[in-house]
Every structure is written in C-alpha cells, then in structure tokens.
Design a protein around this ligand. Structure first.
Ligand SMILES: [Zn+2]
Length: 85
C-alpha cells in the first residue's frame, strides 16, 4: 500500500510552455512582441501577439506552441466597423 505520487482528479498542471519564466521567452516570430493567452473559436489554446498592429494568434499543438508566421491565425480587429477583407 504505497502511496502513488500522482493524485487522481488533480487539475492538470501548467503546460511546460506556460511556466512564467518560459512565457517571458516566447515571442512573436514576426515582430518579437510578447504573446498573451488566447482561446480559439473552437476552444483551443492559442498565443496571441500582443502588438496591436499585428493581430494574429499562434496555435498550440499537443502542448507545443507553433510560433511560425505561416501558422498564425489572423484575428479580427477588436472593435472596428465592418470593413473587413
Ligand atoms: Zn506579432
């Protein structure tokens, strides 16, 4: 009857990339802006570029941020009129 080190029902720990010290190292590959937590329309975790002039979000796949310009998802402008596209 030795106790296991993992407790069932425990909330999931932070992903490795969510460690504060590592978050500080994650930057937008395009403009080196910081990345903020975001959520995709389908509920997936994303990292959004903090530069207001570069509104994109990068997906996190299998716990690994895909910080590639080609993988960036354009974000809709915050609160402007309907002149999109
Ligand atoms: Zn950026």
């Amino acid at each position: 009857m030795s106790a296991s080190s993992s407790l069932p029902g425990e909330p999931p720990a932070l992903q490795p990339w969510q460690e504060p010290w590592l978050r500080g190292l994650l930057r937008c590959p395009v403009d080196r802006a910081e990345l903020t937590d975001a959520t995709a329309p389908d509920g997936a975790v994303e990292l959004a570029c903090a530069d207001p002039g570069h509104r994109v979000a990068y997906p996190v796949r299998d716990g690994v941020p895909a910080l590639l310009a080609d993988d960036a998802r354009p974000l809709a402008p915050a609160a402007t009129g309907g002149a999109g596209r």
